[in-house]
Design a binder for this molecule. Structure first.
Ligand SMILES: [Zn+2]
Length: 77
């Protein structure tokens, strides 16, 4: 004898406090969880670039220079 099965729909409600923010990148007002700072992942990326872009570029430049000097080691006579 098979056990009777029935489907039950369950709904979960996640509760967190929604607060009003203004995105520091694009200035768009939005509401979201308290810890949220930027309105979209796009703005998160932009902000990260604004903060670290210079040093990331430096790292990139250094790496490129490194690989270039490594490549041109043979032909500097
Ligand atoms: Zn934004």
């Amino acid at each position: 004898m098979e056990p009777a099965s029935k489907s039950v729909s369950v709904q979960f409600v996640r509760q967190y406090t929604i607060t009003e923010h203004i995105c520091p990148v694009c200035g768009t007002p939005f509401s979201g969880p308290k810890l949220r700072v930027y309105c979209t992942p796009e703005c998160v990326r932009k902000a990260a670039w604004a903060r670290h872009g210079a040093e990331w570029n430096e790292t990139r430049k250094a790496k490129r220079h490194e690989s270039r000097s490594h490549l041109s080691q043979g032909d500097n006579s």
